[in-house]
Design a protein around this ligand. Structure first.
Ligand SMILES: [Zn+2]
Ligand SMILES: [Zn+2]
Length: 218
């Protein structure tokens, strides 16, 4: 009669030690970095297994932080930005110290407030070549940069493009005081005068809806 040896078992979930947080496949998790004081690693759990000694292992797909990518951190990368890499690993479940949420870019820009556990991802990243998917994104402002959700931008009432106050020679405080903004390209005479106004007042209605404002309407 054949005896079955206990082998690897797939598990549906496990609970993070010392917490009541349950991790399942598909969840995003924070893993303890090998060096103290470094930011935790972030990964998506693909699979959970127990080996013959009942050690829990997780198959993870790593998220890279911009500074871990070959091109490094760029000005338009947000502080909570991550790239979903094609780099997979098996890790001991013990190294998982918490859960987090990796939002789509669109959902992230709609968050009322960004918590410690909130991140966003708009690019996939090929760890070996340093390539990004998609390899192009919409750019804004005179500086032609992709949107960094950490930076306040103001929208032109004319062309609907978005601008960094600094690129317009303004401070953020000055930009916040604007009721309405029209860029120099759109600001030709007669076009932007409010009805009935006798002066060429450049600024009636606010568009400093700031960093969380969705830009895809532009
Ligand atoms: Zn700019
Ligand atoms: Zn304009």
């Amino acid at each position: 009669m054949a005896k079955t040896r206990p082998g690897k078992r797939d598990l549906d979930s496990f609970t993070i030690k010392g917490s009541n947080k349950v991790v399942r496949a598909g969840d995003c998790v924070l893993l303890r970095p090998p060096e103290n004081g470094k930011a935790p690693y972030v990964a998506r759990v693909e699979k959970i297994e127990a080996d013959t000694r009942n050690n829990h292992k997780v198959k993870v797909r790593w998220y890279y932080r911009p500074e871990e990518s070959l091109g490094g951190r760029r000005q338009f990368h947000g502080s909570k930005e991550l790239f979903l890499s094609d780099h997979y690993d098996v890790q001991s479940a013990h190294t998982i110290e918490g859960k987090c949420v990796v939002h789509s870019f669109k959902n992230y820009t709609k968050l009322e407030s960004v918590g410690l556990e909130d991140y966003f991802c708009r690019f996939e990243y090929k760890a070996t070549t340093g390539a990004f998917v998609p390899d192009r994104v919409a750019v804004y402002c005179k500086c032609e940069m992709p949107y960094n959700p950490d930076d306040l931008m103001i929208q032109c009432e004319g062309c609907r493009d978005w601008f960094h106050p600094a690129c317009l020679g303004m401070t953020i405080e000055q930009a916040k005081l604007l009721d309405l903004f029209v860029c120099t390209d759109c600001g030709s005479p007669d076009v932007n005068k409010p009805q009935g106004a006798s002066t060429a007042s450049p600024i009636p209605s606010v568009k400093t809806e700031a960093k969380r404002l969705k830009k895809d309407a532009a």
